[in-house]
Design a protein around this ligand. Structure first.
Ligand SMILES: NC(=O)c1ccc[n+]([C@@H]2O[C@H](COP(=O)([O-])OP(=O)(O)OC[C@H]3O[C@@H](n4cnc5c(N)ncnc54)[C@H](OP(=O)(O)O)[C@@H]3O)[C@@H](O)[C@H]2O)c1
Length: 227
């Protein structure tokens, strides 16, 4: 089950997971994009579950439908994310009312995705993967998005600590700059392809049940340390 599956890293991971033999449940708000991906992958491989990750009832309903349809839930990628300009000094004319969506999607959305999915993952001794960011490891001047990803870094560690003894594995993936809609305005820097992140996620999922890949950081060659 993948949140943020309508495009970018989530859609790339859905395609790569299907290549590896997974059946995938695709969550996002853009129903047309999800339907297109289901058509591409095939209805025997993929199902679309339109959902806003800030709505807990929709997430619990999605988890129930996955368990009903596929029999169990093996792995979840909590990946939906949002970004917005955020100078705290106001030097970029950013609109602080957009910040609410960034915090709710990246922090609350990831938290309630984990909460909705973990009982099913305990049943399957499954795997939770969270998409953090390279921006959740270092200082970025005036960057609220980066602060939300610091929260995801901590959340992954705290979830893993709570899951000790359950058989559930928890992986935090921290991408550097990736070519997606989110970085369309960053033309001056090297970027990864979304498949590069999907490959890292499938590596973690493909390890034996006794191996919990805690963190994966992937950056494009030549990305500056603090960008
Ligand atoms: N691109 C990068 O350089 C980069 C680097 C580090 C980390 N990341 C992280 O990677 C993840 C994926 O981002 P991306 O680069 O692939 O960006 P993207 O192409 O903009 O995709 C974002 C995805 O999140 C979904 N989404 C956003 N808000 C949502 C909500 N409230 N409910 C459900 N789905 C929602 C979007 O779908 P809908 O709009 O259809 O709902 C879309 O599928 C994010 O967590 C992002 O922070 C990206």
């Amino acid at each position: 089950m993948i949140t943020g599956a309508s495009r970018g890293i989530g859609a790339a991971t859905a395609r790569r997971a299907a290549d590896h033999g997974y059946q995938v449940a695709l969550l996002a708000r853009s129903t047309d994009a999800l339907s297109g991906l289901v058509r591409e992958l095939g209805e025997h491989i993929a199902m679309a579950l339109p959902c806003d990750v800030t709505d807990y009832d929709s997430l619990t309903e999605a988890v129930s439908r996955v368990e009903e349809h596929y029999g169990r839930l093996d792995a979840v990628l909590a990946n939906a994310g949002a970004s917005a300009p955020s100078s705290f000094l106001g030097t970029d004319d950013s609109d602080p009312t957009q910040w609410r969506d960034v915090v709710l999607t990246n922090v609350y959305g990831a938290a309630i995705t984990a909460r909705a999915a973990l009982p099913a993952l305990v049943r399957s001794e499954g795997h939770l993967v969270l998409t953090g960011s390279n921006a959740g490891r270092g200082i970025r001047p005036g960057n609220l998005y980066g602060a939300t990803k610091w929260a995801v870094t901590g959340m992954a560690q705290n979830i893993r600590a709570e899951c000790v003894g359950t058989g559930v594995r928890v992986t935090l993936v921290q991408p550097g700059m990736v070519e997606t809609d989110m970085t369309a305005n960053r033309t001056e820097v090297p970027k990864l392809h979304p498949d590069d992140i999907a490959n890292g996620i499938l590596y973690a999922l493909g390890q034996p049940p006794t191996v919990d890949v805690n963190e994966i950081t992937i950056r494009p060659t030549g990305q500056a340390p603090h960008s």
